[in-house]
Design a protein. Structure first.
Length: 185
C-alpha cells in the first residue's frame, strides 16, 4: 500500500506545488505587509530611535566633558595644594631657623646681661669689701693705738694724755710694722 501511495504522489507531484514555496498570493500579501512595516519603521520608529540615541550620545559626551573638566579642576587643585604645602614647609623651615637665631640671640643677650650683672656685683662687692677693710683698718688702728698707749703708759708708769703725739707714735709704729711685713713677703 505504501508503494501505491508513493506512486500516486509521484503522478500527482507534477500537478502539486512544492510545499517549501508558498503560493503567489501569499508572497504578494507578505511583500505588501513587509513594505508597510518597513515604511512605518523607516519613517516613525527609526527617527525616534536616532533622536533618542543622539540625545543619549550628547548626554554621554556632556558628562565626559564635565568629567574631564572636573578632572582638570581636581588636578589644578592638587597642584595648588602641593604648591601651598611646599610653601608652608619652606615657611616653617624659615620660621624654625629664625626661632633658632632668635634663641641664640636671647641666650647671648642673657649671657651678656649675666656677665655684666656678675661684673657689677663683683665690683660692688670689691668696693664694699674695700670699704669694710678700710673701716676695719681704721677701727683696728684706733683700738691698737689705745691699747698700745695703755700698755706704754703701764710700762712707763704715767698716762700719755697728748692725743696728737700719741696718735703720731701709734701711726709710726703701725707703718713700721706694715713695712716690715711687706719686706718679708
Amino acid at each position: 500500500m505504501l508503494n501505491a501511495l508513493v506512486t500516486n504522489l509521484a503522478a500527482e507531484g507534477e500537478a502539486v506545488n512544492n510545499p517549501l514555496i508558498p503560493a503567489w498570493y501569499d508572497i504578494i500579501w507578505s511583500a505588501l505587509w513587509f513594505v508597510i512595516i518597513l515604511v512605518v519603521v523607516w519613517k516613525v520608529a527609526l527617527p525616534k530611535l536616532n533622536k533618542m540615541l543622539d540625545e543619549r550620545s550628547a548626554a554621554i559626551e556632556g558628562n565626559m566633558a564635565k568629567a574631564d573638566e572636573a578632572q582638570k579642576k581636581a588636578e589644578a587643585a592638587l597642584e595648588e595644594y602641593t604648591r601651598q604645602l611646599a610653601e608652608a614647609r619652606t615657611e616653617a623651615g624659615e620660621i624654625r631657623e629664625a626661632a633658632r637665631e632668635d634663641g641664640k640671640k636671647i641666650v647671648a643677650e642673657a649671657k651678656d646681661a649675666a656677665s655684666s650683672e656678675a661684673a657689677r656685683i663683683t665690683a660692688t662687692a670689691h668696693t664694699q669689701i674695700e670699704a669694710e677693710r678700710q673701716t676695719a683698718l681704721v677701727s683696728l688702728r684706733s683700738e691698737v693705738g689705745s691699747l698700745a698707749l695703755d700698755l706704754a703708759g703701764g710700762v712707763v708708769g704715767e698716762t700719755l694724755s697728748d692725743d696728737a703725739r700719741a696718735t703720731a707714735v701709734v701711726d709710726r709704729f703701725l707703718a713700721d710694722l706694715e713695712a716690715s711685713e711687706k719686706a718679708a713677703q
